[in-house]
Design a protein around this ligand. Structure first.
Ligand SMILES: [Zn+2]
Length: 279
């Protein structure tokens, strides 16, 4: 994008990706290759695809990536989009840190290794930044390099999450996940790792992929998922974080701890929405 109007908004760190939203759009703001934005005026841009007929412009988001400025347009069309009905094979999903996720079918998905490698590279570069003089050309170059690597990590993670979401939706008629506020989670004992894992983004992607494939997606409110036996519903008490196996003293059911949690999440909706728990 090239600016033609007034001052462009400033971003905190000029190397990292930043974005902001124009919540309201001006009338007839879009011309062939320019867009008129509130407070900014007319800005030139390269249109990556045509705006379909019958859509009204709702919002615009300006995103700065390492590779340049982008504008994302949010369009709205006045039709009813049916949500997939709850039917078919139910799968529960438990998100965790040891494993990225576990399904009620016993599938365990590890956090991808390649991200670890990239993260290490990133840390190394950031450490090197300390030795570069402020305002120097070398520092500027290194900053650009870090920003590009950041972008690559973000893109790769998103790709991986999309593939995983499609895999999961392929085998399910309904998908249930625990309704978790990941921002609260991140502040708790898991700390920064939760943000690194990008759970919030994954849930958003999964819900979209499900909708696209006609799979019913639902967040369920369920406490004590790791403290209940999915087989006999006995409350088995709090497990220590390093306790990786669910072994029920009541019925003898044994499985991976996260798989058990995913099964509790799945069952929590299957019986008419009521809880199965006995206390
Ligand atoms: Zn049991």
């Amino acid at each position: 994008m090239k600016r033609k109007g007034m001052g462009f908004p400033r971003f905190k760190n000029k190397y990292r990706m930043r974005s902001f939203v124009f919540p309201q759009m001006l009338k007839n703001c879009l011309q062939r290759n320019t867009i008129k934005l509130p407070q900014l005026g007319i800005v030139e841009f390269i249109k990556s695809r045509e705006i379909p007929n019958g859509f009204a412009m709702e919002q615009a988001q300006i995103v700065r990536k390492a590779s340049g400025y982008f504008v994302i347009l949010f369009l709205e069309c006045d039709v009813n989009v049916p949500q997939p009905v709850a039917q078919g094979f139910p799968v529960g999903i438990d998100l965790g840190l040891d494993q990225f996720l576990a399904t009620s079918e016993g599938k365990l998905v590890k956090r991808p290794k390649f991200l670890k490698v990239e993260h290490r590279k990133l840390k190394l570069l950031q450490r090197r930044l300390k030795n570069k003089k402020k305002g120097s050309n070398n520092r500027h170059k290194l900053n650009r390099k870090i920003a590009r690597l950041h972008q690559r990590v973000t893109d790769t993670r998103k790709d991986w999450q999309f593939k995983l979401a499609h895999d999961l939706a392929l085998d399910a008629g309904m998908i249930f996940v625990e309704d978790i506020d990941f921002r609260v989670w991140a502040k708790g004992r898991f700390g920064k790792h939760t943000l690194d894992a990008g759970f919030g983004q994954f849930i958003a992607i999964l819900s979209w992929v499900c909708w696209k494939r006609g799979v019913h997606f639902e967040k369920v409110n369920k406490d004590y998922t790791s403290q209940v036996c999915p087989n006999c519903d006995r409350h088995t008490g709090k497990k220590a974080l390093n306790e990786r196996v669910h072994n029920c003293p009541e019925c003898g059911y044994t499985t991976h701890r996260d798989v058990a949690a995913a099964q509790v999440i799945r069952f929590s909706r299957i019986v008419g929405g009521g809880t199965l728990r006995r206390h």
